[in-house]
Design a protein around this ligand. Sequence first.
Ligand code: TYD
Ligand code: MG
Length: 453
Amino acid sequence: MTKSKTVYVCQNCGAESPKWIGRCPSCREWNTYHEEIIAPANQKASSFISGQVRRKPELLDNIKADEKNRTATGISELDRILGGGMVGGSLILIGGEPGVGKSTLALQLALSLKNTTILYVSGEESEEQISLRAKRLKNSNPLCYVLCETELETILAHSEQLKPGLIIIDSIQTISTTMLESSAGTVSQVRESAAQLLKYSKVTGIPVFLIGHITKDGTLAGPKVLEHIVDVVLYFEGDNNYVYRILRSAKNRFGSTSEIGIFEMAEAGLREVNNPSEMFINQHDEALSGISIAATVDGLRPFLIETQALVSSAVYGTPQRSATGFDIRRLNMLLAVLEKRAGFRLGVKDVFLNIAGGIKVSDPAIDLAIVSSVLSSNLDIPVSREVCLAGETGLSGEIRPVSRIEQRIREASKMGFKKIYISKFHKGISLKGVEIEVVHVGKIEHLVRGLFG
Ligand code: TYD
Ligand code: MG
């Protein structure tokens, strides 16, 4: 029996130290070091994978790789961010906060991928729970196997027998390998299990989906330590109080990271949102003040989104400012610009701002719509329902150009808008076959005159 060794591992970033330290020198977090036992490598376990297939150096020119190796998942929003489907032998991590819908997405994937044997491993839910969820999703796949197991070696042994076309692991934090003595969920277990799965998927060519939890404060041994091991990192975001979920790619070895997938959490699982503009614009019978529509772009995807503002006289000495889905500091900046450059006395007003659908927007092009909503509410004059806006506001009140303006204009036109306000500094926009009036504005004053006369 060889002696086991203990080390202290930072649960935030995975840095190791032979002794306990209060503050991690690597990620500068306090109190994140936990003692972990590192057992000497279990020879039998480690040879399980690498012992069977020994790889030889291969001439690059002789290696055959083609795009046919991609398999469509049956969920088009997922295919879109994966770059057209799953690549054989890839390790894909889906991270997200608890309750956002990771397990639902994973099971939906298992059920929609037909004619493929699927091994769905759950360390969190029982077979009955998974079966109930599948019933709720109203879909079935006769080749989907469920395994409630947490030991990696057992999972791989089952996979060797079953020879599945896809493995899903929910979640990586519950899986542990016998090679280490530390408990499941610790950084070393998460890292080692993921490394073993990577090796397994590369050798066998089976794509593996890993689910990983992240907590708001990031204290759990999280997907952060896995990001460099896996091939693709997807983050599932969304506010649990709203139905919209956005799947974002943070890393993709086989495609671009600028695509996003949009879903809606419905009674029977996640529904793909193919036309997000329709979802994020509320239908009103009459034009209301304080509402304007922004033509934004997230990743590569243009969509229109409604911004709402309420400006009222401050009841208390200090005016209140609140923003949902938008950076409050940027709102304060925009209000200061309106006060200083356009002469609106907003310093004595309460301002509340809301982006429709619980979506967080960081695209600077939304500035113009926010300014319009605030002014519309302040003046109590509605902005026409046929108008949308795209532009960034600078500190001196100038309207700056934004990226992908042609895409934004096309989307606005497609959604039936008659007029779009953009920066006057956009040059050479080619808009063949697009029927929309493009109004170029250089300063906030021009915008105010154009919108409110
Ligand atoms: P879940 O996939 O369990 O989240 P995670 O694995 O990320 O922790 O699902 C989260 C929520 O989704 C849950 O609170 C209930 C809701 N939900 C629906 O609204 N409709 C459905 O069809 C399903 C399966 C779940
Ligand atoms: Mg889950």
